[in-house]
Design a protein around this ligand. Sequence first.
Ligand code: RTP
Ligand code: MG
Length: 137
Amino acid sequence: MTQRSLVLLKPDAVRRGLTGEIISRIERKAGWQITALELRTLDSETLEQHYGEHKGKPFYEPLVEFMASGPVVAMVVEGERVIEGVRALAGPTDPIAAAPGSIRGDFGVIVRENLIHASDSEESAERELKIFFPGRV
Ligand code: RTP
Ligand code: MG
């Protein structure tokens, strides 16, 4: 089943020079393609739309501040089972709970600064792709 996922390499990944490593892991999966890729700094409107489901939670304000603290790499990744697949490459939200070999497990420690976002369902992907790449998807 060919799918599309909206993937963000978060500001910690960019600051630490890990984008090449992470993109390389995604690129090497058989049949997956990166069909859009852009470095950009996110504004508060975009972040409010993207993380709206978390509004009101204790971690929401620091999350949005972190996500606006520097540029991110925004990507569209297409391919077979890519939604579940990028989430598997990323590992669980808490990097300490993430297995070595996963992106978060290899490079993360802090829950907030967990390097990567990837759409968690087809519905989320369509919603997020419209926010980040309007007119392109
Ligand atoms: P994402 O949406 O960024 O792909 O991450 P996720 O699905 O694995 O996790 P989610 O529950 O949607 O949380 C969104 C992001 O908020 C930060 N977070 N901080 N307790 C905390 O301090 C906390 N919990 C979540 C993380 O950056 C998480 O990825
Ligand atoms: Mg999420």
